[in-house]
Ligand binder design. Structure first.
Ligand code: ATP
Length: 280
């Protein structure tokens, strides 16, 4: 479904991503994790075609991403970003209808009637109480659920999530992740998600890609990646890794005041340029 080979990207002469290669199978959920500034969002922007790489190759179903026309790409993939929605003017229902844009002709007409699809999304995401309200009258968390509704209306094959749970309380975090999982199981959707919450990532992702200073530190199952020593090295804090008592997924318990020896963050440009290579 997605094949990424040798991706590199620099901004203002500074290497932000360096030699990134991975592939994602249809129906799989890949979580991208890593410390602040490690290059996760940039990687997602390259995969969505918003940014172009300096070197490397991205293929969707065997075809280079650059060869897709804009509207064709929008029928193929959808991106859910933090704070993705225009804050004013539009009602919730209007925003959901905007998700249908890639399927409309130049007169704004769609061959199939999408009203039933939109009704289904309103019901699934429990948006009915504010469906006719404009976005500026919603909370951050409510707007985030509407943003998910908009990408669901787009009916993509590939869903890219950039920190989708940022504004959500734990109840809605679970609702959002469970909704995506159900949607994925029903439609064999492929999901690539940037997640800061490692416990959520371990629960919902088939594999994790740990990015550190623009390189892949590890790619593997949640148990392979959320290994205590590796997490301590990358995040510079030493968690306890334990199995979830019900699902068996690895879960991290944070330990206040625990830093690996010689700890303390090194985030300078120089460190980034000279960062060591990890085994993948
Ligand atoms: N357009 C840009 N111009 C210059 N530098 C950029 C640009 N976009 C990103 N960067 C830099 O690239 C690095 C990686 O940024 P990116 O947003 O990909 O990190 P991230 O892992 O998503 O971080 P976070 O977890 O903090 O959201 C950062 O140092 C950032 O400042």
């Amino acid at each position: 479904m997605i094949e990424v080979k040798g991706l590199s990207k620099s901004f203002e002469g500074r290497r932000v991503l360096d030699g990134i290669s991975f592939s994602v199978a249809r129906g799989e959920t890949l979580g991208i994790i890593g410390p602040n500034g490690s290059g996760k969002s940039t990687l997602l922007k390259l995969v969505s075609g918003v940014e172009t790489p300096d070197a490397g190759d991205i293929r969707l179903d065997g075809k280079p991403i650059a060869s897709y026309a804009r509207k064709e790409l929008a029928r193929w993939l959808a991106v859910l970003q933090q704070d993705a929605l225009p804050p004013v003017g539009f009602t919730v229902r209007e925003v959901l209808e905007m998700g249908r844009f890639p399927f409309q002709n130049w007169l704004g007409e769609e061959p199939a009637d999408s009203a039933a699809l939109i009704d289904g999304i309103v019901e699934k995401l429990r948006l009915a109480p504010f469906a006719s309200r404009t976005l500026e009258h919603l909370s951050g968390g409510e707007r985030q659920r509407v943003a998910l509704g908009k990408v669901m209306a787009q009916q993509p094959r590939l869903l890219l999530l950039d920190e989708p749970t940022t504004y959500l309380d734990i109840g809605y975090q679970m609702q959002m992740m469970d909704t995506v999982r159900k949607w994925q199981q029903d439609e064999r959707l492929t999901v690539v998600a940037v997640l800061h919450d490692l416990n959520l990532a371990a629960q919902y992702c088939d594999r994790l890609l740990l990015v550190h200073r623009g390189r892949i530190a590890k790619l593997g199952t949640p148990w392979e990646v959320l290994e205590r020593g590796l997490i301590a090295e990358v995040y510079e804090t030493e968690p306890i890794v334990t199995a979830h008592p019900v699902t068996g997924a690895p879960q991290l318990l944070l330990q206040p005041g625990s830093y690996p020896s010689g700890g303390g963050r090194e985030d300078s440009d120089e460190d980034r340029q000279t960062a060591g290579t990890f085994t993948v």
